[in-house]
Design a protein around this ligand. Sequence first.
Ligand SMILES: *[C@@H]1O[C@H](CO)[C@@H](O)[C@H](O)[C@H]1NC(C)=O
Ligand SMILES: *[C@@H]1O[C@H](CO)[C@@H](O)[C@H](O)[C@H]1NC(C)=O
Length: 458
Amino acid sequence: MDRRSLMWMTFMVLVVVTAVYLVIMEDQLAVRQTPQAHTSQDTGAGGNAGAAWGDTAKEAGGNLGAELGDPAALAGNNAGSVWGDMGEAAKSNAGAVWGEAKPAKLCILKTDTVFIYTPACGSDVVQSILFRFGYRRDLFVALPGKPGNPSILQDPRSGDILREYLLKPSAMAARADWDINILAHKVRYNRDALHKVVNGNAKYITILRNPLDRFETDFVASHLEKQFDVEQREHPPALRRYLAAPEFWEKRRMRVNSRCTTNCMAEALGIPVRGRGGNALPEPDGNGVMHYISKLESDFALVLIYEQLNKSLVLLKRRMCWGFRDILYDVSLLEPPATQRNARGESEKLQFRRLNGADHLLYYHFYDIFKAKVAAEGDDFHREVRHFERVLDKVSLYCSSALDDVSVANQTVVWGSEWDEEFVVTRQMCWSLRRKREDWDKLFRERYTHGSQSQRNN
Ligand SMILES: *[C@@H]1O[C@H](CO)[C@@H](O)[C@H](O)[C@H]1NC(C)=O
Ligand SMILES: *[C@@H]1O[C@H](CO)[C@@H](O)[C@H](O)[C@H]1NC(C)=O
């Protein structure tokens, strides 16, 4: 064998070895992306592992995108220089693994949130999501001074939330001004008052529901018939009697301990729908209401829709840069659908609508906005919602068996997807998903008054 062919053979062997090496490297890089995804959870990037992988780059996690981007570029360069002319094949191969790395949109985790609680609209679900989020991330969640109170007190005139009305965490004992990260107890929306106590860049959210369905659920669940000075009898059911003559009933509202019965969503959102002394204004003026609604539209980052809860939560996840784990919920916290009613006639609906004009304007306005927001998210959004529903089903299946039966595995894994990283659901997390406001209240109080930092991992 002459010198030339020896060199030629050595060269060929080198090429083959390099090729094998490259293929192995690529596999390793591909495998390694999962653990990388994990670390980004801790740094709070909370991005989507899938994001850097091409088409789904829309809501990419900032950090993660950068992390994945570098090795991808590196692999590409390497392949190019080693393979020389044959580099094209290697590059397209690498392309297949890393996807068409589109520039990832930066997704910055948002934590500070104000939730305006609307009655019988699925608010308990959103509230518990925020409590769980705040607890796990050790944020300061506003608590009423009085243990167990569902509402935070406000000055009846100005709507101000005085700091004396709130629990002051012991860690802030020395400070006069401290900011709230999460506020999810009941308050009446008042932008100026809230801006005085809540972190300035907090996102404002709320949830709305079809007014008649909302009313029916609230009426039955809260025994609203007791708010009216009318003869109480079994038949026909109070709800049907009310809906047959709502104006008659409203004239017989009792003044003491009165609960909201008309335009209750508008009321929670600070729209002036009552005159002096709490009487419903006879005909809330449509233009005035629209003026408030457009202010709400610019103040609120997102208005969720009860009938579209899963979509609403995925939209929230995208806006806040959260993970599926953050928006899981337990259906037991959801208000029952309105089932008590019998078919209603048009005239009943009209009468109801006349008394709840502000709520109707509010609901249909934000319903349209919601639909437009969903449409703007594109097809990928619907696939993400379906995936979220599968995750919800998996978690609720696991939790319902794990909470009843100690022999069931201590945890289950929700695999990563193009929209989220893998995460583990533990029994403890199942408990926290079912925890009611009263129990959250106790847990937070414990943490803020004794500085206990334990049990953060649920
Ligand atoms: C949300 O998803 C769950 C789980 O798949 C499903 O049972 C429920 O009906 C969905 N709710 C809405 C409002 O789509
Ligand atoms: C769950 O964890 C507990 C405590 O760590 C352990 O005693 C038990 O055997 C575990 N159960 C299962 C099914 O793994």
